[in-house]
Design a protein around this ligand. Structure first.
Ligand code: 5GP
Length: 383
């Protein structure tokens, strides 16, 4: 039986860690920036733009910029995301698709200072991706990093590497687990995400001498800090998040206001009043509308809406993603802090001081549906 996050719990173990602050969450992967927090924001147009990239980098995490706009817009977004001046810049990772045009994108982004390139297609285990890696390596040399995705099994990663040798720095794992993804429904294809991670990690370990430096990025399906702890405990070095970071202040897109009866805007809903000290208060116009919700859009990169924005036609292609509104969540730093706290705590529960230590000590117990019901604050449900 193959498993996903809800099917397991991490087994607590004897620990000699006195404080969560003793736990080190950093990773230093070859071909990628050093990270204090092993989290990447997804290369989706409603998740990562310059504001998100900067916030992620400032928090010690990283971002992957989407590739859907023109090359010029992509370079501009990259330049706006960079933190620091000449000499010591901190820059986000960038993504590429297949074909010659995407190699031009790579050249332009490299000239702007990009040093980690994510070749991101729905199905990484295909010959055209191998060819793209070879062409990209010729352009960017061996000092810069290449990550390839997505994969869902160790066997498909091994097949890929056998075609190409070991000249990549990371693989991205996840076919169909994403929170805006409908691939499994539309095609029947997929692999339970926790097992997919374990399977790829195991394959790379079997070939440690050759492939030991290749890092595994768990991409999609994580809804809580606990899921992230499970992904990392299963062997992922980094996780990529879409839905968990969508709807934040820094994610691209408009904030939408809903009252009980209508969709509206901040300006329509509130009057702006200047206080004596020069600050502003927002005062609601109509008391009947004092109950309102604030939301932002999250959309799958293969959704109808994204296809339209990217100018893609739907011939021979079905949509494999959805778009919907998610609650506004405030600054992304709060979410990252929550994840960091959860991860530190998980590692303390198994007595692990580093990510590597955590991965060697982490053991899972499979659970039944009644244990799933026991998880979470179920007292509230029964009250
Ligand atoms: P989440 O964190 O929301 O569960 O998953 C984010 C991941 O879902 C992305 O990094 C990407 O791999 C995947 N994804 C994004 N959009 C789509 C889509 O439209 N279709 C599919 N199949 N996967 C998507």
């Amino acid at each position: 039986m193959k498993l996903t996050f809800d099917d397991v719990l991490i087994v607590p173990k004897f620990s000699n860690i006195n404080s969560r602050s003793e736990v080190d969450l950093s990773v230093n992967p070859r071909g990628m920036p050093y990270l204090k927090l092993p989290i990447l924001s997804a290369n989706m147009d409603t998740v990562t733009g310059p504001k998100m990239a900067q916030a992620m980098i400032l928090a010690g995490a990283q971002a992957v910029l989407p590739r859907f706009g023109s090359i010029d817009d992509n370079v501009k977004a990259f330049q706006e995301s960079v933190i620091g001046g000449t000499g010591s810049i901190q820059a986000p990772m960038v993504s590429l698709g297949l074909g010659d045009h995407e190699l031009l994108r790579a050249k332009a982004l490299m000239s702007a200072g990009a040093s980690t390139f994510v070749i991101d297609v729905a199905h990484g285990a295909q010959l055209s991706v191998v060819e793209q890696v070879q062409a990209l390596r010729k352009i960017i040399g061996h000092e810069r990093g290449i990550i390839v995705g997505n994969f869902a099994t160790g066997a498909s990663v091994e097949d890929f590497l056998q075609h190409f040798g070991c000249d990549i720095d990371g693989v991205k794992v996840g076919i169909g687990p994403g929170s805006a993804c409908t691939t499994r429904i539309k095609t029947g294809v997929g692999y339970p995400q926790l097992s997919a991670i374990m399977d790829v990690v195991k394959s790379l370990k079997n070939y440690r001498a050759t492939y030991g430096k290749i890092k595994v990025i768990a991409d999609g399906g994580m809804r809580t800090a606990g899921d992230i702890a499970k992904a990392i405990g299963a062997g992922a070095h980094l996780v990529m998040l879409g839905g968990m970071l969508a709807g934040t202040e820094e994610s691209p897109g408009e904030i939408v206001y809903f009252t009980e009866s209508r969709q509206t805007t901040k300006d329509e809903l509130f009057a702006k009043r200047k206080n004596a000290d020069g600050t502003f208060d927002y005062v609601i116009h109509s008391p009947e509308e004092s109950f309102y919700e604030i939301k932002k859009k999250y959309r799958g990169s293969a959704s109808q809406e994204s296809y339209l924005a990217q100018g893609k036609t739907a011939k021979h292609r079905t949509t494999e993603g959805e778009s919907f509104l998610v609650p506004f969540k405030g600054p992304v730093a709060n979410i990252l802090q929550d994840i960091e706290g959860g991860l530190r705590s998980a590692m303390t529960y198994v007595g692990a001081r580093s990510i590597e230590d955590f991965q060697s000590k982490c053991e899972f117990v499979e659970i039944s549906p009644s244990t799933v019901a026991e998880n979470g604050a179920h007292g509230k449900r029964n009250a």
